[in-house]
Design a protein around this ligand. Structure first.
Ligand code: PNW
Length: 477
């Protein structure tokens, strides 16, 4: 039975949450306001501005540190039921440690959270969206396992101060992406060139930290606060080049999604076996006495298994994959033994990596459901980049096509997706691309000190969808 025959299938389930997302460094500005400490993106943009396409920074960005009331107005106007934002660690703990809490930072997020709740919008907090306090980077950053303890201490401050009102928590945003900050000296902050080593050490610490934070919540807060804790993992759908390349795509998935999901959700509670085997073998061949992929103790495995109330998933695009070895020695790419490339037939965007492949979304949601026992999934990012303009026809199509694929996964395939936030509420600092690529559904004028926000066509269509809770007929085939 074709979906088109069941237009009601394009309705959102009654309790399904619809909203939008942002992240602290990308929108807040106020980089040194009221006692905030430096983080690794302050350092990168100030010391190595040439790394960013337009040599810009998040010093002011959308100035949401001062204009958060405007952001809440936009959300309210859209009919958003929830808002996913992240907390800047160094705004709360300028030194990274919990010995000193910066009260103006606490006040800022209290004001934002209270304003959201006053407007009937449920807050979801991401604890870490890539802006590590510089003081912790000075100690080695994520490759240093002591950060699994320090991030638990940071999380305790957040639960204590905000947990009476915040019920949805994500520990980490896209560790697959920010681990790249430790495998290239021209990449994401902190741009440390240790491929095939720094990235795995980062992943290891993040997995330990995630479990620490989940168990901390369980021990000290959950009974009283009744919230949920998850993590946001991204993955591109991998479409095999030929039927001989299915395994290559499977390894792509295991090396980039399984690396985090498997230790948390699988029966073994370990890295995917194919990853353990390949990295151990390559390491030995390369002359390393110790595998570049760290090992978990049995105690850690037991402690960690099942530390997830929902799976956060960020979906943007797809790649094609085939068997083959590419990448320096050592590197994660070489370890995975697959070659990824982009299909020129897939429509593009302003971002070199972002091709529009909506069916990949349905496939990915099905894959997650199958592999991990159909956990509740919150889609916490999905969006499209262009170079700006209010008539963002391609963004409108991106959203409507992806929402349709997601609804098929829900209604036809039985995948347990329970919420969705569009990336992003507003145009913002797009990391190494600066302000050259736009992801917002609201346009922001970065040349105007008051940073006015203007709805694009996509904001209007999402408003219609959020309010009618269905895909408008004109977007149905
Ligand atoms: C996400 N990919 O990063 C981040 O969470 C956001 O902060 C960012 O602004 C947004 O997507 C757009 O880039 C991604 O290669 C980076 O598939 C790369 C990919 C996906 C997400």
């Amino acid at each position: 039975t074709g979906f088109a025959e069941f237009p009601d299938g394009f309705l959102f389930p009654d309790d399904f949450l619809l909203g939008a997302a942002t992240a602290s460094y990308q929108i807040e500005g106020g980089w040194d306001a009221d006692g905030k400490g430096d983080n690794i993106w302050d350092t990168l943009t100030h010391e190595r501005p040439q790394y960013v396409d337009d040599h810009s920074s998040g010093d002011v960005a959308d100035d949401s540190y001062h204009l958060y009331l405007e952001d809440v107005k936009l959300l309210k106007a859209m009919g958003a039921q929830w808002y996913r934002f992240s907390i800047s660690w160094a705004r709360i703990l300028p030194e990274g440690h919990d010995n000193y809490v910066n009260q103006p930072g606490i006040d800022y997020y209290n004001n934002l959270i209270n304003c959201l709740l006053d407007n009937g919008i449920e807050p979801m907090v991401t604890m870490y969206h890539w802006d590590l306090p510089q003081r912790l980077q000075d100690l080695g950053g994520w490759p240093n396992w002591v950060l699994a303890t320090y991030s638990e201490n940071y999380a305790r401050v957040l639960f204590k101060n905000f947990g009476d009102r915040v019920k949805l928590w994500q520990t980490f945003n896209e560790p697959q992406t920010f681990m790249d900050g430790y495998c290239s000296d021209t990449g994401m902050a902190p741009s440390i060139n240790a491929p095939g080593i720094g990235d795995y050490l980062t992943a290891h610490t993040v997995i330990l930290a995630h479990a620490n934070i989940y168990r901390l919540y369980e021990r000290e807060f959950k009974q009283q606060q009744q919230g949920k804790v998850g993590i946001a993992l991204n993955i591109q759908w991998c479409e095999p080049e030929t039927s001989d390349d299915v395994d290559a795509c499977d390894r792509y998935y295991q090396f980039n999604f399984g690396i985090f999901a498997h230790p948390i959700l699988s029966e073994e509670g370990d890295y995917p076996s194919v990853e353990n085997e390949r990295v151990d073998n390559n390491s030995a061949q390369e002359g390393y006495t110790t595998s570049r992929l760290p090992k978990f103790t049995q105690e850690e495995v037991t402690f960690r298994k099942g530390t997830l109330d929902f799976m956060g998933h960020n979906f943007y695009t797809a790649v094609r994959g085939r068997e083959g070895v590419r990448g320096g020695s050592p590197s994660r790419s070489r370890d995975s033994g697959m070659i990824r490339f982009l299909d020129p037939k897939w429509p593009g965007s302003a971002s070199s990596w972002l091709r529009v492949v909506p069916w990949g979304f349905r496939n990915t949601l099905n894959r997650i459901a199958k592999e991990y026992g159909n956990p509740p999934v919150l889609v916490t990012e999905n969006g499209f980049s262009d170079y700006g303009g209010l008539n963002d026809t391609y963004r409108v199509l991106y959203y409507t096509e992806h929402l349709k694929e997601m609804l098929k996964a829900i209604h036809e395939d039985g995948v347990n997706v329970i919420g969705y936030t569009a990336w992003s509420l507003v145009d913002n600092f797009e990391w190494l691309r600066g302000y050259t690529e736009k992801f917002g559904v609201y346009e922001v004028d970065f040349n105007d000190p008051s940073r006015p926000r203007t709805p694009k066509e996509s904001a209007k269509v999402l408003t219609e969808i959020f309010k009618t809770r269905r895909i408008p007929d004109r977007f149905l085939d």
